[in-house]
Design a protein around this ligand. Sequence first.
Ligand code: 1CP
Length: 398
Amino acid sequence: MSGVILSPQHPLSAGLTSDSRLVRAYRGERADTTPVWFMRQAGRSLPEYRDLRVGTRMLDACLDPAMASEITLQPVRRHRVDAGIFFSDIVVPLKLVGVDVEIQPGRGPVFGKGYGDASAVAELTAIDPARLDEASGPITEAVQRTIAELNTTAVAGSRDASDFGGRSSTSSGTTPLIGFAGAPFTLAAYLTEGGPSKDHLAARTLMHADPGAWRALMEWTAELTGRFLRTQVLAGASAAQLFDSWAGALSLADYETHVAPASAKALSHVHDLEYRTTDAAGQAQAARPVPVVHFGVGTGELLGAMKEVGVDVVGVDYRVPLSIAAERVGADVPLQGNLDPALLAAPWPVLEAAVREVLRQAEAAPAHVFNLGHGVPPDTDPTVLTRVVELVHEAGAA
Ligand code: 1CP
């Protein structure tokens, strides 16, 4: 596929993030130390987040560029993580094209109705996914504001040689922003049910009861969520993560037949995006693809297939040790993960040993980005997260 080269101002093209720890690890290179970020690092574990969110509903916060940007930056400032993850939600593109959805506190996304049969799917898919491109102004603006902050001294400039026990981190570059989207299956798990569910039964039924309606739902969702991801990368995100959080509910056969093609289709919206840096002499370097990560929960049996949909990096949940994951996805694939979030509430010596064990298991992969096996629990003590970042940077140093 002939690529679309990102603008020279994009943080990857401008050389600001192309040699950051995160982007290097996603390319399969080991940098001065192991990069670290946490899924759900923005959010309720941070008092500054809770303060800012008072009186604002979740989706309104996501669509307020100043607020979304500030919330994205909070954990970067506080924890000195190696990436920001854009503060948004997987249902934001649905909201932007006019689907009746809200996020209920303590529950998650809830729809005005369930889209679990052919007529409801037909109603939904009558919306043109291309409408997202006209409606995504708040997303583009929030990403642009965020990277403008990350590129200036406020965050990136604080990373001087006194960080990380005096080890120079000047090679780590500017902190990159990760864009994300929900994979078609995980979005369909909410859409078919009309809200959160435990076993995602409505989605698993529809794919077999009415494969035509299922395919229509998945193809529509792929178009929409793929555009959401592309918007974030074009606006300045340096990597993209596809969350198929609930794919672990599927057998391998169902995943490969009824889900993987739609995930590949969603990712086709970012696969053509490439960046080109220039060397000191001003010579343009070879074009490189924007790195793409794929993550799901309970997906141990699917890891190989999740790699196969066409991604650079596989995110692993806490159930499968990274050394086993490396065997399943191939020895040349960088891995991200996978500390059990439950350990964040354990006594420090227990947590420290678990962090070191994750780093040890990750030696089986060409490169590693430290993360949790799923999101930060809301009642986590944020000072523990900061301490984990320091430990990873110190213990992961070459
Ligand atoms: O009131 C609040 O604070 C709402 C809680 C909350 C937050 C902070 C929700 C509702 N979404 C978010 C932000 C969010 N959602 C991010 C932000 C960036 C970060 O990680 O710091 C991201 C990446 C997501 C993505 C998301 N939303 C996923 C995939 C990741 C995952 O955790 O598996 C999923 C499944 C959702 C749906 C969703 N949104 C919110 C909740 C509570 C849920 C899960 C509900 C359920 O269990 O089904």
